[in-house]
Design a protein around this ligand. Sequence first.
Ligand SMILES: Nc1ncnc2c1ncn2[C@@H]1O[C@H](COP(=O)(O)OP(=O)(O)O)[C@@H](O)[C@H]1O
Ligand SMILES: [Mg+2]
Length: 387
Amino acid sequence: MSDALIIARIDSGRASPSNLNLGSRPFNVAASGRSTEDNALEQSPAQIEFRNVTKRYGQVTAVQDVSLTVRRGEFLTILGPSGSGKTTALMLLAGFVAPTEGDILIAGNSVAAVPSYRRDQGIVFQSYALFPHLTVRRNLEFPLEMRGVNAGDRLKRVDRILERVHLKDFGGRMPSQLSGGQQQRVALARALIADPPFLLLDEPLGALDRNLREQMQIEMKTLHKEFGITTICVTHDQEEALTLSDRIVVMRAGRIEQTDRPEALYDRPASRFVANFLGEANILENLDCDVESNAPQPPGTVPMIRPERICVAAPGAPTRSDERQRQSVTGIVEDMIYAGPLRKYHVRVGSSVLVAREHAASGQQIFRQGDTVQLDWLQSDVRFVEA
Ligand SMILES: Nc1ncnc2c1ncn2[C@@H]1O[C@H](COP(=O)(O)OP(=O)(O)O)[C@@H](O)[C@H]1O
Ligand SMILES: [Mg+2]
Protein backbone atom coordinates (compact mmCIF):
# COMPACT_ATOMS: atom_id res chain seq x y z
CA MET A 1 0.00 0.00 0.00
CA SER A 2 1.36 3.38 -0.83
CA ASP A 3 0.40 7.00 -1.17
CA ALA A 4 -2.33 6.56 1.35
CA LEU A 5 -3.44 9.31 3.60
CA ILE A 6 -4.54 7.61 6.72
CA ILE A 7 -6.36 8.85 9.65
CA ALA A 8 -6.66 6.51 12.53
CA ARG A 9 -8.85 7.01 15.49
CA ILE A 10 -7.73 4.57 18.05
CA ASP A 11 -9.28 5.52 21.27
CA SER A 12 -9.01 2.59 23.57
CA GLY A 13 -8.09 4.75 26.51
CA ARG A 14 -7.97 8.47 26.06
CA ALA A 15 -5.10 10.05 27.88
CA SER A 16 -5.75 10.98 31.45
CA PRO A 17 -3.08 12.02 33.91
CA SER A 18 -3.28 8.65 35.64
CA ASN A 19 -2.83 6.40 32.64
CA LEU A 20 -0.20 8.37 30.80
CA ASN A 21 2.92 6.39 30.36
CA LEU A 22 5.74 8.86 30.29
CA GLY A 23 8.25 6.35 29.00
CA SER A 24 11.74 6.00 30.35
CA ARG A 25 13.82 6.69 27.28
CA PRO A 26 14.82 10.32 26.92
CA PHE A 27 14.99 12.09 23.60
CA ASN A 28 18.26 11.55 21.87
CA VAL A 29 19.10 15.13 21.08
CA ALA A 30 22.15 17.08 20.09
CA ALA A 31 23.63 19.04 22.93
CA SER A 32 23.17 22.40 21.29
CA GLY A 33 20.67 24.32 19.22
CA ARG A 34 17.60 23.46 21.22
CA SER A 35 14.82 25.92 21.62
CA THR A 36 12.31 26.24 24.42
CA GLU A 37 9.79 24.71 22.06
CA ASP A 38 12.00 21.65 21.64
CA ASN A 39 12.24 21.25 25.38
CA ALA A 40 8.49 21.55 25.72
CA LEU A 41 8.12 18.68 23.28
CA GLU A 42 10.57 16.57 25.22
CA GLN A 43 8.47 16.99 28.32
CA SER A 44 5.29 16.22 26.48
CA PRO A 45 3.83 12.83 27.46
CA ALA A 46 4.30 9.71 25.37
CA GLN A 47 1.24 9.16 23.21
CA ILE A 48 2.32 6.18 21.17
CA GLU A 49 4.79 3.47 22.02
CA PHE A 50 6.14 0.59 19.99
CA ARG A 51 7.72 -2.04 22.25
CA ASN A 52 9.92 -4.51 20.43
CA VAL A 53 7.45 -4.83 17.60
CA THR A 54 8.08 -7.40 14.88
CA LYS A 55 5.84 -8.12 11.91
CA ARG A 56 6.49 -11.13 9.72
CA TYR A 57 4.70 -12.12 6.54
CA GLY A 58 5.72 -15.75 6.11
CA GLN A 59 9.43 -15.63 5.40
CA VAL A 60 9.52 -11.85 5.06
CA THR A 61 10.21 -9.78 8.16
CA ALA A 62 8.68 -6.42 7.30
CA VAL A 63 9.31 -4.81 10.70
CA GLN A 64 11.88 -6.12 13.11
CA ASP A 65 12.18 -5.37 16.82
CA VAL A 66 11.08 -1.76 16.57
CA SER A 67 10.88 0.26 19.78
CA LEU A 68 9.78 3.84 19.53
CA THR A 69 8.07 6.52 21.58
CA VAL A 70 6.07 9.30 19.96
CA ARG A 71 5.22 12.28 22.13
CA ARG A 72 2.00 14.24 22.15
CA GLY A 73 2.16 17.01 19.57
CA GLU A 74 5.25 15.66 17.88
CA PHE A 75 5.76 15.52 14.12
CA LEU A 76 7.66 12.31 13.62
CA THR A 77 8.78 11.08 10.23
CA ILE A 78 9.66 7.52 9.35
CA LEU A 79 12.23 7.76 6.57
CA GLY A 80 13.69 4.89 4.61
CA PRO A 81 14.10 3.37 1.18
CA SER A 82 11.35 1.41 -0.51
CA GLY A 83 10.66 -1.87 1.26
CA SER A 84 12.22 -0.81 4.56
CA GLY A 85 8.97 -1.38 6.49
CA LYS A 86 7.60 2.16 6.76
CA THR A 87 4.07 1.47 5.58
CA THR A 88 3.91 -1.70 7.67
CA ALA A 89 4.82 0.35 10.75
CA LEU A 90 1.90 2.70 10.01
CA MET A 91 -0.47 -0.20 9.34
CA LEU A 92 0.48 -1.70 12.69
CA LEU A 93 -0.29 1.58 14.40
CA ALA A 94 -3.59 1.97 12.60
CA GLY A 95 -4.55 -1.56 13.57
CA PHE A 96 -4.84 -2.88 10.03
CA VAL A 97 -2.23 -5.51 10.75
CA ALA A 98 -1.31 -7.12 14.06
CA PRO A 99 2.25 -7.48 15.36
CA THR A 100 3.79 -10.93 15.26
CA GLU A 101 5.72 -10.03 18.41
CA GLY A 102 5.85 -7.06 20.73
CA ASP A 103 3.28 -4.54 21.84
CA ILE A 104 1.88 -1.18 20.78
CA LEU A 105 0.58 1.25 23.39
CA ILE A 106 -1.60 4.25 22.80
CA ALA A 107 -1.96 6.64 25.70
CA GLY A 108 -0.40 3.96 27.88
CA ASN A 109 -2.75 1.14 26.93
CA SER A 110 -1.89 -1.89 24.86
CA VAL A 111 -3.77 -2.04 21.59
CA ALA A 112 -1.91 -4.89 19.92
CA ALA A 113 -4.58 -7.40 20.86
CA VAL A 114 -7.49 -5.12 20.02
CA PRO A 115 -8.90 -6.03 16.60
CA SER A 116 -9.25 -3.09 14.22
CA TYR A 117 -13.06 -3.28 14.13
CA ARG A 118 -13.16 -2.64 17.86
CA ARG A 119 -10.89 0.38 17.75
CA ASP A 120 -13.29 3.06 16.56
CA GLN A 121 -10.74 3.10 13.85
CA GLY A 122 -10.38 5.70 11.23
CA ILE A 123 -10.74 5.85 7.56
CA VAL A 124 -8.07 5.28 4.99
CA PHE A 125 -7.78 7.67 2.12
CA GLN A 126 -5.58 7.37 -0.86
CA SER A 127 -3.51 10.48 -1.21
CA TYR A 128 -6.08 13.13 -2.03
CA ALA A 129 -8.45 10.45 -3.25
CA LEU A 130 -11.39 12.72 -2.70
CA PHE A 131 -14.81 11.58 -3.81
CA PRO A 132 -14.86 13.05 -7.32
CA HIS A 133 -18.63 13.32 -7.54
CA LEU A 134 -18.98 15.27 -4.27
CA THR A 135 -18.24 18.92 -3.60
CA VAL A 136 -15.45 19.86 -1.22
CA ARG A 137 -18.04 20.54 1.45
CA ARG A 138 -19.69 17.12 1.01
CA ASN A 139 -16.29 15.43 1.03
CA LEU A 140 -15.60 17.03 4.38
CA GLU A 141 -18.98 16.18 5.80
CA PHE A 142 -18.57 12.51 5.02
CA PRO A 143 -16.46 11.46 8.04
CA LEU A 144 -18.78 13.41 10.32
CA GLU A 145 -21.84 11.70 8.86
CA MET A 146 -20.18 8.35 9.45
CA ARG A 147 -19.87 9.32 13.09
CA GLY A 148 -23.48 10.43 13.37
CA VAL A 149 -22.81 14.14 13.81
CA ASN A 150 -26.00 16.13 13.21
CA ALA A 151 -26.42 18.42 10.20
CA GLY A 152 -26.10 21.67 12.14
CA ASP A 153 -22.84 20.67 13.77
CA ARG A 154 -21.53 19.33 10.49
CA LEU A 155 -22.10 22.68 8.87
CA LYS A 156 -20.22 24.50 11.62
CA ARG A 157 -17.31 22.12 11.63
CA VAL A 158 -16.94 22.19 7.86
CA ASP A 159 -16.95 25.99 7.90
CA ARG A 160 -14.34 26.04 10.63
CA ILE A 161 -11.98 23.58 8.98
CA LEU A 162 -12.30 25.25 5.55
CA GLU A 163 -11.24 28.47 7.18
CA ARG A 164 -8.30 26.82 8.89
CA VAL A 165 -6.95 25.30 5.70
CA HIS A 166 -7.53 28.56 3.83
CA LEU A 167 -10.20 27.19 1.50
CA LYS A 168 -13.15 29.23 2.74
CA ASP A 169 -14.41 30.05 -0.73
CA PHE A 170 -13.91 26.60 -2.21
CA GLY A 171 -16.60 24.59 -0.42
CA GLY A 172 -18.88 24.48 -3.46
CA ARG A 173 -16.27 23.28 -5.91
CA MET A 174 -15.78 19.80 -7.20
CA PRO A 175 -12.34 18.24 -6.59
CA SER A 176 -11.58 18.42 -10.33
CA GLN A 177 -11.88 22.20 -10.10
CA LEU A 178 -9.04 22.40 -7.58
CA SER A 179 -5.27 22.45 -8.04
CA GLY A 180 -3.22 19.51 -6.75
CA GLY A 181 -2.16 21.50 -3.70
CA GLN A 182 -5.73 22.49 -2.91
CA GLN A 183 -6.90 18.89 -3.24
CA GLN A 184 -4.16 17.91 -0.85
CA ARG A 185 -5.36 20.48 1.65
CA VAL A 186 -8.92 19.20 1.38
CA ALA A 187 -7.64 15.68 2.02
CA LEU A 188 -5.82 16.91 5.12
CA ALA A 189 -8.90 18.81 6.24
CA ARG A 190 -11.00 15.68 5.80
CA ALA A 191 -8.49 13.73 7.88
CA LEU A 192 -8.56 16.34 10.63
CA ILE A 193 -12.24 17.21 10.75
CA ALA A 194 -13.32 14.52 13.22
CA ASP A 195 -10.64 15.56 15.75
CA PRO A 196 -8.57 12.40 15.65
CA PRO A 197 -6.01 11.80 18.41
CA PHE A 198 -3.27 11.57 15.82
CA LEU A 199 -2.66 11.83 12.13
CA LEU A 200 -0.98 9.22 9.99
CA LEU A 201 0.38 10.18 6.59
CA ASP A 202 1.85 7.80 4.05
CA GLU A 203 3.92 9.61 1.40
CA PRO A 204 1.43 12.49 1.51
CA LEU A 205 3.21 14.67 -1.03
CA GLY A 206 4.47 11.91 -3.28
CA ALA A 207 2.16 12.76 -6.16
CA LEU A 208 2.95 16.46 -6.33
CA ASP A 209 5.57 18.09 -8.52
CA ARG A 210 8.64 19.60 -6.94
CA ASN A 211 7.58 23.24 -6.54
CA LEU A 212 4.20 22.33 -5.19
CA ARG A 213 5.75 19.80 -2.85
CA GLU A 214 8.00 22.45 -1.32
CA GLN A 215 5.07 24.79 -0.91
CA MET A 216 2.95 22.06 0.68
CA GLN A 217 5.79 21.16 3.04
CA ILE A 218 5.66 24.67 4.43
CA GLU A 219 1.88 24.58 4.62
CA MET A 220 1.85 21.23 6.37
CA LYS A 221 4.37 22.49 8.88
CA THR A 222 2.18 25.51 9.56
CA LEU A 223 -0.94 23.36 9.85
CA HIS A 224 0.82 21.05 12.25
CA LYS A 225 1.79 24.00 14.42
CA GLU A 226 -1.75 25.37 14.37
CA PHE A 227 -3.50 22.09 15.10
CA GLY A 228 -0.82 20.74 17.41
CA ILE A 229 -1.81 17.20 16.46
CA THR A 230 0.60 14.32 16.87
CA THR A 231 1.59 13.37 13.34
CA ILE A 232 3.41 10.35 12.00
CA CYS A 233 4.48 10.72 8.43
CA VAL A 234 6.09 8.11 6.22
CA THR A 235 8.34 9.14 3.35
CA HIS A 236 11.35 8.12 1.31
CA ASP A 237 12.09 11.79 0.58
CA GLN A 238 14.90 13.04 2.80
CA GLU A 239 14.21 16.69 2.08
CA GLU A 240 10.60 16.30 3.13
CA ALA A 241 11.72 14.58 6.32
CA LEU A 242 14.27 17.28 7.13
CA THR A 243 11.80 20.09 6.48
CA LEU A 244 8.80 18.77 8.38
CA SER A 245 9.94 16.75 11.31
CA ASP A 246 10.61 17.26 14.96
CA ARG A 247 12.31 13.87 14.84
CA ILE A 248 13.18 11.42 12.11
CA VAL A 249 13.31 7.66 12.41
CA VAL A 250 15.54 6.15 9.74
CA MET A 251 14.50 2.62 8.82
CA ARG A 252 16.51 0.04 6.97
CA ALA A 253 15.34 -3.47 6.18
CA GLY A 254 12.64 -3.43 8.86
CA ARG A 255 14.83 -2.09 11.64
CA ILE A 256 15.35 1.35 13.09
CA GLU A 257 18.81 2.49 12.11
CA GLN A 258 18.76 5.80 13.98
CA THR A 259 16.29 8.20 15.60
CA ASP A 260 17.11 11.82 16.13
CA ARG A 261 16.32 15.43 15.38
CA PRO A 262 16.89 16.44 11.74
CA GLU A 263 19.99 18.58 12.42
CA ALA A 264 21.54 15.99 14.70
CA LEU A 265 20.87 13.20 12.23
CA TYR A 266 22.54 15.12 9.45
CA ASP A 267 25.44 16.33 11.55
CA ARG A 268 26.06 13.13 13.48
CA PRO A 269 24.86 10.14 11.47
CA ALA A 270 25.51 6.91 13.32
CA SER A 271 26.18 4.81 10.26
CA ARG A 272 27.37 4.97 6.69
CA PHE A 273 23.82 4.08 5.63
CA VAL A 274 22.30 7.09 7.43
CA ALA A 275 25.12 9.38 6.24
CA ASN A 276 24.42 8.40 2.63
CA PHE A 277 20.65 8.33 2.89
CA LEU A 278 20.43 11.77 4.45
CA GLY A 279 22.58 13.90 2.22
CA GLU A 280 25.92 13.26 0.55
CA ALA A 281 28.84 11.74 2.38
CA ASN A 282 32.55 11.37 1.67
CA ILE A 283 33.98 8.26 3.22
CA LEU A 284 37.67 8.89 3.86
CA GLU A 285 38.74 5.27 4.23
CA ASN A 286 40.46 4.51 0.93
CA LEU A 287 42.43 7.69 0.42
CA ASP A 288 45.79 6.80 -1.05
CA CYS A 289 47.49 9.68 0.69
CA ASP A 290 47.94 10.04 4.39
CA VAL A 291 45.31 11.88 6.24
CA GLU A 292 46.78 12.40 9.63
CA SER A 293 44.42 12.23 12.48
CA ASN A 294 44.96 12.62 16.18
CA ALA A 295 41.47 11.45 16.89
CA PRO A 296 41.28 7.73 17.62
CA GLN A 297 39.01 5.87 15.24
CA PRO A 298 36.54 3.64 17.05
CA PRO A 299 36.63 0.03 15.85
CA GLY A 300 34.11 -0.85 13.14
CA THR A 301 33.78 2.74 11.96
CA VAL A 302 34.94 4.77 8.97
CA PRO A 303 35.71 8.50 8.86
CA MET A 304 33.13 10.57 6.98
CA ILE A 305 32.95 14.23 6.01
CA ARG A 306 30.11 16.22 4.44
CA PRO A 307 30.84 17.92 1.07
CA GLU A 308 30.18 21.42 2.43
CA ARG A 309 32.87 20.93 5.06
CA ILE A 310 35.57 20.54 2.42
CA CYS A 311 37.35 23.63 1.19
CA VAL A 312 38.66 23.68 -2.43
CA ALA A 313 41.78 25.79 -3.03
CA ALA A 314 44.81 26.11 -5.30
CA PRO A 315 47.69 23.85 -4.20
CA GLY A 316 49.69 25.51 -1.45
CA ALA A 317 47.14 28.23 -0.90
CA PRO A 318 46.88 29.44 2.66
CA THR A 319 43.82 27.97 4.31
CA ARG A 320 41.31 29.55 6.58
CA SER A 321 41.58 27.00 9.28
CA ASP A 322 43.81 26.32 12.19
CA GLU A 323 46.93 24.43 11.01
CA ARG A 324 46.88 21.88 13.81
CA GLN A 325 43.29 21.01 13.05
CA ARG A 326 43.70 20.95 9.30
CA GLN A 327 43.78 17.86 7.13
CA SER A 328 44.59 18.26 3.52
CA VAL A 329 44.94 16.22 0.34
CA THR A 330 45.73 17.05 -3.27
CA GLY A 331 43.56 15.89 -6.13
CA ILE A 332 42.45 16.53 -9.69
CA VAL A 333 39.08 18.02 -10.57
CA GLU A 334 36.99 15.53 -12.54
CA ASP A 335 34.11 17.91 -12.96
CA MET A 336 32.52 21.01 -11.60
CA ILE A 337 28.77 21.29 -11.51
CA TYR A 338 27.36 24.76 -11.28
CA ALA A 339 24.00 24.72 -9.52
CA GLY A 340 22.75 28.24 -8.91
CA PRO A 341 24.27 29.45 -5.67
CA LEU A 342 26.39 26.31 -5.27
CA ARG A 343 29.38 24.79 -6.98
CA LYS A 344 29.93 21.12 -6.65
CA TYR A 345 33.31 19.58 -7.37
CA HIS A 346 34.17 15.95 -7.93
CA VAL A 347 37.84 15.59 -7.15
CA ARG A 348 39.90 12.47 -7.73
CA VAL A 349 42.27 11.69 -4.89
CA GLY A 350 44.12 8.46 -5.69
CA SER A 351 41.48 5.78 -6.09
CA SER A 352 38.72 7.80 -4.43
CA VAL A 353 36.53 10.63 -5.67
CA LEU A 354 35.63 13.23 -3.08
CA VAL A 355 32.70 15.60 -3.40
CA ALA A 356 33.08 19.18 -2.23
CA ARG A 357 30.34 21.76 -2.24
CA GLU A 358 30.95 25.48 -2.06
CA HIS A 359 28.75 28.52 -1.99
CA ALA A 360 29.54 30.55 -5.07
CA ALA A 361 30.93 33.76 -3.62
CA SER A 362 32.12 36.57 -5.82
CA GLY A 363 35.86 36.77 -6.39
CA GLN A 364 36.28 33.12 -5.48
CA GLN A 365 38.59 31.07 -7.66
CA ILE A 366 36.76 28.62 -9.91
CA PHE A 367 38.45 25.36 -10.86
CA ARG A 368 37.84 23.34 -14.00
CA GLN A 369 38.18 19.76 -15.08
CA GLY A 370 41.84 18.70 -14.96
CA ASP A 371 42.94 21.37 -12.47
CA THR A 372 45.02 20.25 -9.53
CA VAL A 373 43.47 21.41 -6.28
CA GLN A 374 44.04 21.17 -2.60
CA LEU A 375 41.18 19.95 -0.47
CA ASP A 376 41.23 20.67 3.19
CA TRP A 377 38.99 20.35 6.14
CA LEU A 378 38.93 20.55 9.87
CA GLN A 379 39.53 17.38 11.71
CA SER A 380 36.70 18.34 14.03
CA ASP A 381 34.31 18.11 11.07
CA VAL A 382 35.16 14.45 10.49
CA ARG A 383 32.59 11.98 11.88
CA PHE A 384 33.19 8.34 12.57
CA VAL A 385 30.26 6.31 11.28
CA GLU A 386 29.53 2.61 11.55
CA ALA A 387 30.94 0.93 8.49
N1 LIG B 1 0.93 -7.97 3.00
C1 LIG B 1 2.21 -8.32 2.78
N2 LIG B 1 2.55 -9.59 2.50
C2 LIG B 1 3.83 -9.96 2.30
N3 LIG B 1 4.87 -9.12 2.35
C3 LIG B 1 4.60 -7.82 2.63
C4 LIG B 1 3.26 -7.36 2.85
N4 LIG B 1 3.33 -6.03 3.11
C5 LIG B 1 4.61 -5.69 3.05
N5 LIG B 1 5.39 -6.76 2.76
C6 LIG B 1 6.86 -6.77 2.62
O1 LIG B 1 7.40 -6.17 3.78
C7 LIG B 1 8.48 -5.32 3.44
C8 LIG B 1 8.20 -3.91 3.91
O2 LIG B 1 7.14 -3.37 3.15
P1 LIG B 1 6.55 -1.91 3.38
O3 LIG B 1 6.24 -1.75 4.82
O4 LIG B 1 5.45 -1.70 2.41
O5 LIG B 1 7.81 -1.00 3.01
P2 LIG B 1 7.89 0.55 2.63
O6 LIG B 1 6.62 1.20 2.99
O7 LIG B 1 9.05 1.04 3.44
O8 LIG B 1 8.20 0.62 1.17
C9 LIG B 1 8.68 -5.46 1.95
O9 LIG B 1 9.67 -6.43 1.71
C10 LIG B 1 7.34 -5.91 1.47
O10 LIG B 1 7.45 -6.66 0.29
MG1 LIG C 1 5.27 2.34 1.72
